[in-house]
Design a protein around this ligand. Structure first.
Ligand code: PMP
Length: 376
């Protein structure tokens, strides 16, 4: 089995699963309970928050809200800022190729609450240019949301320079969806006012993630109730989930450089091998080495993906979230690809566990399959 779908989800590390089990066994009390066991659980949640800030080398001016993943974090960031700061302005800026968990909350806010959505066009490599952002900024902007690395193509944005432009406007906040970026590239964390990520993209467990935000910010919560997570997200906290997120984060951050160098070698080997095939590469070396997206010129991507799957090679056609809709990729269309190619892409996504031998085996099976399967 060759798993090349880590952008959809990674395999949890044994070390993280062990910590999850152990925490559940020894720290099951409700962190809101007033007795010693509850206080211990609460203390451990705070220690997990600190471990996350330390992993990102962020000062205590930032806070960590434990959530169910990046979808919830993106929703909280966007709705939380919009509802809280609506008196400052109404415009919400976002790159045209954001994940649906950014696009949909913005669409909802526009449809039901009169916010003004401003999509930022991307260049042919899928990035927001500094000029595009500069031209769209004005005093009515309260939030700019631009992802670190794109989940379909791996395109990487220059968050430091984009953040500097946003912060020329003191009323605007800069949010980034870092789900595909944490542990996979250098990130200028302190250029961001808030950011989102999910544990299962960094070998943690599913339904766990965080929004990291400046503690001076006021966010209107999405979930109301007992007031946990400093009122931002009600519901009994899970020490086991949150400690496992902290462990996944610190492992991802401490191994980032080594892991990325290894994965870059895989990416280059795959890119070189694909030059021999009738494909168009939609990812470039400037992007994340964890994702290589290519369009098939002569074959149907879903047929090739299935043929690969039957041989034990697991890849995606676009992102897992939109894979079953059978539409052209909005991301690739936004990058200027014609519909036939935008609807016919395969995404290979790596983890540091993959090997050059797996890439070679993939290339030779793909070559064989493309020869055997009838062109469309
Ligand atoms: N943002 C990006 C860029 C993603 O790739 C994903 C996962 N596909 C999400 C957000 C949502 O993450 P989750 O499903 O863990 O909530």
């Amino acid at each position: 089995m060759v798993y090349f779908d880590s952008a959809a989800s990674t395999k949890p590390r044994t070390e993280i699963l062990d910590s999850f089990l152990k925490s559940n066994q020894e720290c099951f009390a409700n962190p809101s309970s007033a007795h010693a066991l509850g206080r211990e659980a609460d203390r451990r949640l705070d220690a997990a928050r600190k471990k996350i800030l330390d992993a990102f080398r962020l000062p205590a001016q930032y806070q960590v809200a434990f959530l169910s993943g990046a979808t919830e974090a993106n929703n909280l960031a966007i709705k939380g800022v919009a509802f809280s700061y609506q008196n400052r302005g109404k415009k919400l800026l976002f790159s045209a190729v954001e994940h649906p968990s950014v696009l949909e909350p913005i669409r909802y806010l526009a449809e039901h609450f009169g916010f003004i959505p401003v999509p930022l066009a991307v260049d042919s490599l899928g990035r927001v240019s500094l000029d595009t952002l500069r031209e769209a900024m004005d005093k009515d902007v309260i939030l700019v949301s631009i992802m670190g690395a794109n989940n379909e193509t791996g395109a990487v944005n220059d968050l430091a320079s984009l953040g500097a432009i946003v912060h020329e406007y003191p009323k605007a906040f800069f949010h980034s969806d870092l789900t595909q970026a944490i542990g996979k590239m250098d990130i200028p964390f302190s250029s961001l006012d808030l950011f989102s990520y999910s544990a299962h993209k960094i070998h943690g467990v599913k339904q766990s993630g965080a929004l990291v935000y400046k503690s001076s910010m006021r966010l209107v919560p999405c979930l109301h109730g007992g007031g946990q997570e400093r009122g931002l997200r009600s519901g009994t906290g899970s020490v086991a989930l949150d400690e496992s997120l902290a462990l996944a984060t610190s492992l991802a951050m401490s191994s980032a450089h080594q892991a990325t160098a290894h994965v870059r070698a895989l990416w280059q080997r795959l890119r070189d091998g694909l030059q021999e095939e009738p494909v168009l590469l939609n990812s470039t070396e400037e992007g994340s080495p964890y994702i290589l997206n290519f369009s098939l010129r002569n074959h149907k991507a879903s047929v090739i993906m299935e043929a690969l799957s039957q041989k034990g090679f697991y890849v995606s056609t676009m992102s897992a979230c939109s894979e079953r809709t059978d539409q052209a990729s909005a991301t690739l269309l936004a990058m200027g690809l014609p519909k036939e190619l935008a609807g016919n892409a395969i995404r290979v996504s790596f983890s540091e566990d993959n090997t050059l031998e797996e890439v070679d085996a993939f290339l030779s099976h793909l070559h064989q399959i493309l020869k055997e399967v009838h062109p469309r």
